[in-house]
Ligand binder design. Structure first.
Ligand code: ASP
Length: 601
């Protein structure tokens, strides 16, 4: 039977005990990481969330009764130990924060026994993730995951402190809200009181935070769960966390400024990294042109070059064909990679096919200036020279070209430059390169829906100088929208909002909404704007991704306490699950799918 806590009070976490405490009596509590019984002497590594501490039991210190209890201890037992801090007798362990001390136990209480865990509780676990997630409460005991959780908490604390100092109010917005089918798919929650009606879980607090501006709260923030029922992808979570904010009486500059200072403080205080300000900025158009991506990784070069002009009259039909179809020919100079073996080049060729490209044309410049190439024979000597020059090619370089529609060329080469950098080990996790992307297109044409959709969301303000194009050439309109990217990952984004009803109505018109439908879905926002609305703007960070990069992890699952897996289920709680008929009846819900079918699946 476990003994109670009566008369015991923890004095320190394990690693809070230091050599300054030598000679003192301390009370520590935690889990048994390691247990060695050497006959008359028992060594235990005690673990809590701070780290490890060595405990020594000898009958002469703790008495026969305690020693007998100590002999029965096993891994993961929860124990309390009272003992004296001593300098370590058996030599210093450099790998431990408490490696120069140990506790000589005088009293032991076993607070809880433990079965042998299904996998070892250790750093850099080799256990399969599925098993770890099934027993997530044990996985969460591992020091590397605990470090991530502690970091996450720290970032949240620094964010709250900083934003409070800047005059932001933390205000909660509803989780049961209204479905607005623009954007990703909603998670729906049936209403019992209003049979046949559904709430939606918020994809973001967007409309509510804008309403808070209408209500005069001026500066709002929230660390908030958001829900999107999107298609399954390896590193996507159906529920995720945003640091969400909205500010009144501001324009783009003000939002960028306060966020740069927030990021600086966050990185400095949470991981000791200095973020030099101002953060580099790039327009969307420039990012696409130079990097083929709206979230370019600028830790390395390999920039795209448009060589359409140079090859437009050449004899290589792959190039001229793409140009004839309104596309482009662009290339990357993989500097110094001219001796890349054919097999590796072939791997790159098949890599870009995943991005819709038909292939890659390559040209390696040998040390003597001669070429090894998949297409050189179709070009004249002068054409080749002009092409190499346009690509700033030198002996030893490898030039890689894609020819297709712009979208495909950007996607393929944008991904290719990252793939090459990855292969060369250039993606250094301790280098943090931030970049603002600005002037996003307002709209995006959806071929499936045969209409424009909002690139950010329908409340995003067009750039002043492009407003007049909304009627005549909406595809050309740029928005006051911005993303903050880090090492090629979008970590946040936002925009200045439309606050004039006439512009908002025009926007809905361009998006193919009738006035009735716009009012049906967003009426409470549009009506609110009739009663005095300040110009406002905001931004939201994806906290999970941000922490992942700070923690140098590859998966957001490693920075979320209880994540879901790819099929949106939780391996530990086994959510989602079937519910009882009675529950469905109360909701007036009948299933069109056979329960037996689900059971047997
Ligand atoms: N609500 C937006 C999002 O979730 C961010 C914003 O515009 O503030 O991406």
């Amino acid at each position: 039977m476990a003994e109670a806590m009566k008369g015991l009070q923890r004095s320190h976490r394990c690693t809070e005990v230091t050599n300054k405490n030598v000679g003192e009596t301390v009370t520590v509590m935690g889990w048994v990481q390691k247990y060695r019984n050497k006959g008359g002497i028992i060594f235990i590594d005690l673990r809590d969330r701070s780290g490890l501490l060595q405990i020594i039991f000898e009958e002469s210190d703790c008495g026969a009764e305690n020693f007998a209890k100590a002999e029965k201890i096993r891994s993961e037992f929860v124990i309390a130990v009272v003992g004296k801090v001593e300098a370590r007798s058996g030599g210093i362990n450099e790998n431990l924060a408490t490696g120069d001390i140990e506790i000589r136990a005088t009293e032991l209480r076993v607070l809880s026994e433990a079965e042998t865990p299904p996998f070892p509780i250790e750093e850099e676990s080799k256990t399969k993730e599925d098993l770890r997630l099934k027993y997530r409460y044990l996985d969460l005991r591992r020091p590397d995951i605990q470090k991530n959780m502690i970091l996450r908490s720290k970032v949240a604390t620094v964010t709250r402190q900083f934003l409070a100092e800047e005059g932001f109010l933390e205000i909660e917005t509803p989780v049961l809200t209204k479905s607005t089918p623009e954007g990703a798919r909603d998670y729906l929650v049936p209403s019992r009181v209003h049979p046949g009606n559904f709430y939606a879980l918020p994809q973001s607090p967007q409309i509510f935070k804008q309403l808070l501006m209408v209500s005069g709260y001026d500066r709002y923030f929230q660390i908030v769960k958001c829900f999107r029922d999107e298609d399954l992808r390896a590193d996507r979570q159906p529920e995720f966390t945003q640091i969400d904010m909205e500010l009144s009486f501001v324009d783009v500059e003000d939002v960028l400024d306060v966020n740069e200072r927030l990021l600086k403080k966050m990185f400095e205080e949470a991981i000791g990294i200095d973020v030099p300000l101002p953060i580099q900025r790039m327009t969307y158009a420039e990012a696409m042109e130079r990097f083929g991506s709206d979230k370019p990784d600028v830790r390395f070069g390999f920039e795209l070059k448009n060589v359409s002009e140079v090859v437009k009259d050449c004899g290589f039909s792959v190039f001229t064909g793409a140009l004839g179809n309104g596309g482009s020919v662009r290339g990357i100079n993989a500097e110094g990679q001219g001796d890349m073996p054919r097999k590796k080049i072939d791997a790159l060729v098949s890599f870009v096919k995943d991005y819709g490209a038909k292939g890659l044309a390559y040209l390696a410049i040998e040390a003597d200036g001669s070429y090894k190439s998949s297409f050189a024979k179709f070009l004249t000597e002068e054409e080749l020279k002009a092409l190499v020059e346009a690509m700033s090619g030198k002996p030893g370089d490898l030039l890689l070209f894609a020819a297709d529609e712009d979208d495909v060329v950007f996607a393929a080469l944008g991904a290719l430059r990252i793939e090459i950098a990855k292969n060369l080990g250039l993606l250094l996790k301790d280098e943090y390169k931030f970049l603002w992307i600005t002037e996003f297109p307002l709209l995006e044409y959806s071929k499936e829906e045969n209409r424009y959709t909002a690139k950010h969301h329908p409340f995003t303000m067009p750039m002043d100088e492009d407003l007049h194009l909304l009627d005549t050439d909406p595809g050309k309109v740029r928005a006051k929208a911005y993303d903050i990217t880090l090492n090629g990952t979008e970590i946040g984004g936002g925009s200045v909002r439309i606050y004039q009803n006439d512009v908002q109505e025009k926007m809905f018109e361009v998006l193919g909404f009738t006035k009735e439908r716009a009012y049906e879905q967003f009426g409470f926002l549009l009506n609110a704007f009739k009663y005095g609305v300040p110009p406002h703007a905001g931004l939201a960070y994806g906290l999970d991704r941000l922490i992942m990069l700070m923690a140098k992890e590859d998966s957001i699952r490693d920075v979320i306490a209880f994540p879901k897996v790819k099929d949106a289920s939780c391996l530990m709680s086994e959510a989602p699950n079937l519910v009882e008929d009675k529950q469905l009846k109360e909701l007036e819900i009948g299933l069109t799918i056979d329960q037996n079918y689900i059971w047997n699946k």
